[in-house]
Design a protein around this ligand. Structure first.
Ligand SMILES: NC(=O)c1ccc[n+]([C@@H]2O[C@H](COP(=O)([O-])OP(=O)(O)OC[C@H]3O[C@@H](n4cnc5c(N)ncnc54)[C@H](O)[C@@H]3O)[C@@H](O)[C@H]2O)c1
Ligand SMILES: O=C(O)C[C@H](O)C(=O)O
Length: 343
């Protein structure tokens, strides 16, 4: 029963999907880092989302230009660009704040190698959001997500405005990749290939639950299973290597973030039963020092409505989870300790 539940949970995250709307309400979305490799295509995709009525694009460079360009697309979202010194203005009235600001990896780097640069970028953006739009839903893309999400939580706690239901580490790209790679093996449609991906967003912390996926039994164990799991866990490295020093995944990430944002918008507008995987404040492994964990979550009008259980897992998946937990605990502790020492 749990398996079916979890399968339904992430059904919405298997692509390909485009944006749909059942109700149009005013929805104000801000993108921080809007002129970057992710920020630009993400801004375009959000401009194309009928549920976005106000799109506010902020970056330390080029955001007004990106906004001028995107604003000519004939969809309803009123699009405005904000310069480096206009962060607070960009955040005014924001209900969703998507953050892809920060540096990407180069070949040979881990996501954790980005910590020193991106931790302070995310902390400063979170401080402004806590001040200007404390009730906004925050969608964190900047790596290392395992640590940047706890940093945002600490900033919001310090400001006295933390709402665990409104903070998300965006892990949709892992779900998207898992669906693509598994369906490539089974020949099933990607849209019918739903793989819950739990844990975190780097290497061994990315745990695909293939045993719950349509077609997952085709690669239940052995060499093919190991190869598929490795490809899902290290899909980001595949792109970093192929881009050869010019950055990491941007287009697939923009797609994934736009999918997640659309799901959240639908839930905020009152649509029921919207489910996605995301890295959120979770009760599941708190006793092991893991305050944040990605699982299928149910979205509601206030953000996270329910953190769903992982459900039954295979012996192989149990081992993957055992490897993920201590690494995640370390990543979370690093973020929390850093921001407490560098408030
Ligand atoms: N969560 C995921 O699945 C996922 C996937 C892909 C990339 N990422 C991460 O997303 C981040 C961005 O990647 P990218 O390829 O778009 O990088 P990029 O360098 O192309 O773009 C980053 C943008 O952030 C801007 N920026 C830097 N500091 C800023 C600040 N203080 N305020 C506002 N904007 C600021 C830069 O000017 C730039 O335009 C990286 O950390 C990358 O690792 C995460
Ligand atoms: O791999 C990266 O550094 C970027 C991103 O986290 C990804 O999964 O593609």
């Amino acid at each position: 029963m749990f398996a079916r539940q979890a399968l339904r949970s992430v059904k919405a995250a298997a692509g390909p999907r485009y944006f749909s709307s059942s109700a149009i309400n005013n929805k104000n979305v801000a993108v921080l880092g809007a002129a970057g490799g992710i920020g630009q295509p993400l801004s375009l995709l959000l401009k194309n989302d009928p549920l976005v009525t106000s799109l506010r694009l902020y970056d330390i460079r080029l955001a007004p230009g990106v906004a001028a360009d995107v604003s000519h697309v004939n969809t309803p979202a009123v699009t405005t660009g904000y310069k480096a010194d206009e962060l607070e203005k960009a955040l005014e009235g924001a209900e969703i704040v998507v953050i892809p600001a920060g540096v990407p990896r180069k070949p040979g780097m881990t996501r954790d190698d980005l910590f020193n640069t991106n931790a302070s970028i995310v902390r400063d953006l979170a401080k402004a959001a806590a001040k200007v739009s404390p009730k906004a839903h925050l969608l964190i893309i900047s790596n290392p997500v395992n640590s940047t999400v706890p940093i945002v939580a600490e900033v919001f706690k310090k400001a006295g405005v933390y709402d665990p239901k409104k903070l998300f580490g965006v892990t949709t790209l892992d779900v998207t990749r898992a669906s693509t790679f598994l369906s490539g093996i089974t020949g099933n449609k990607p849209a019918d290939t739903v793989v819950p991906v739990v844990g975190g967003h780097s290497g061994v912390t990315i745990v695909p639950i293939l045993s719950q996926a349509n077609g997952g039994d085709a690669v239940a164990k052995g060499e093919n299973y190991d190869k598929l799991v490795h490809r899902i866990q290290f899909g980001g490295d595949e792109v970093v290597k192929a881009k050869d020093g010019a950055g990491s995944a941007t287009l697939s990430m923009a797609y994934a973030a736009a999918v997640f944002t659309n799901s959240l918008l639908k839930a905020l507008n009152g649509e029921k039963g919207i489910k996605e995987c995301a890295y959120v404040d979770s009760p599941l492994y708190k006793d092991q020092g893991v305050d944040f964990f990605a699982t299928p979550i149910t979205l509601g009008s206030e953000g996270v409505a329910e953190v769903n259980p992982i459900g039954p897992v295979s012996a192989e998946e149990e081992k993957l989870l055992e490897a993920a937990i201590p690494e995640l605990a370390k990543n979370i502790k690093k973020g929390v300790e850093w921001v407490q020492a560098n408030p």
